[in-house]
Write a protein that binds this ligand. Structure first.
Ligand SMILES: [Zn+2]
Length: 308
């Protein structure tokens, strides 16, 4: 297993896969399969209100329909609270956690700089509360981890260099919510680390969370994986595709296309093949390199749109 690339796809089972999810899954799979690596599937179902075992099963069937098989499915996040508890305690032992009592509206009114993704930079409001102040709130706090004044730099397989200073561009961030639910940043770091994931391929919208995860990886004793944040998909008219485009989820697409024609259209739009022809995931893997993949937004060809 040494030096074997380990990749993963970690969908949220809250509905049918959308075209953007399919693209992220495809590239994650191609990157691993083109080098005889190991592919891990994991259900990110921290939000138990929105996710279900039924959707998880549909997701598996959709992946198999696409030809994107996996070697291992690791336990879903909803079953791993006790594991996350251990890593939470580790942060506590290091003296890096503190309770935050800020309400949502207080956080919104923080007159602090905003990060590139539009979220506010937490100014450390609750870092030095006294015990008396904490008790006076009389409610459960969320828990934040103190971040260092340090730059984290990624050489992303798709986006090139991305740099962020955790203190100035992000601030101390929440690892456990007031209702006891662990946040994505902690869960994903633990899950990828324990599964020995060596490359994290996912949508570009998650690029700005990579530095937070790199910081947690160091605290938890995991090595940094490589990152590949694949670009957003645009409609032929330049509009950003979203989950609201119901006719581009797999429920619809499976009725109107073969897996090969869908993968061919995605691969051609992304620059992975020169002609828009039907192709299987396996055939595509034999010719995949990251160099071919464009880092900027990908405008889809009209095929999916004229098929309606
Ligand atoms: Zn606070």
């Amino acid at each position: 297993m040494k030096n074997t690339p380990v990749g993963r796809f970690a969908p949220t089972p809250s509905g049918r896969m959308h075209l953007g999810n399919v693209f992220a899954a495809l590239v994650a799979w191609l990157s691993v399969r083109s080098r005889n690596g190991h592919f891990v599937l994991r259900m990110e179902d921290l939000d138990t209100q929105r996710t279900s075992a039924e959707f998880a099963e549909i997701l598996r069937q959709d992946l198999l329909w696409l030809g994107l098989n996996w070697d291992e499915e690791t336990p879903a996040q909803s079953a791993r609270t006790d594991v996350y508890d251990r890593y939470f305690s580790l942060l506590e032992e290091k003296g890096l956690l503190y309770p935050c009592y800020c309400t949502r509206s207080q956080l919104h009114s923080i007159n602090a700089p905003h990060a590139s993704d539009g979220t506010y930079v937490y100014p450390g409001t609750c870092r030095h509360l006294t015990n008396a102040q904490k008790e006076a709130f009389g409610r459960n706090p969320s828990w934040r981890v103190c971040v260092p004044d340090r730059d984290y730099e990624i050489t992303d397989l798709c986006q090139g260099i991305y740099k962020e200073n955790l203190l100035h561009d992000c601030g101390d961030f929440v690892v456990r919510r007031a209702d006891g639910v662990y946040v994505y940043q902690l869960a994903v770091t633990v899950d990828d680390g324990e599964a020995g994931v060596t490359e994290v391929v996912r949508g570009q919208d998650l690029l700005s969370s990579a530095p937070r995860q790199m910081y947690l990886q160091e605290l938890f004793g995991f090595s940094h994986p490589e990152y590949g944040h694949v670009p957003m998909l645009l409609a032929p008219d330049g509009r950003r595709l979203s989950k609201r485009d119901k006719d581009l989820d797999l429920g619809y697409l499976r009725q109107n296309m073969t897996p090969e024609s869908l993968i061919g259209t995605l691969a051609f739009s992304a620059g992975l093949i020169d002609k828009e022809i039907p192709i299987s995931a396996r055939e595509l893997a034999s010719q995949f390199t990251w160099k071919k993949l464009r880092g900027d937004a990908i405008t889809m060809t009209g095929t999916l749109f004229s098929a309606k």
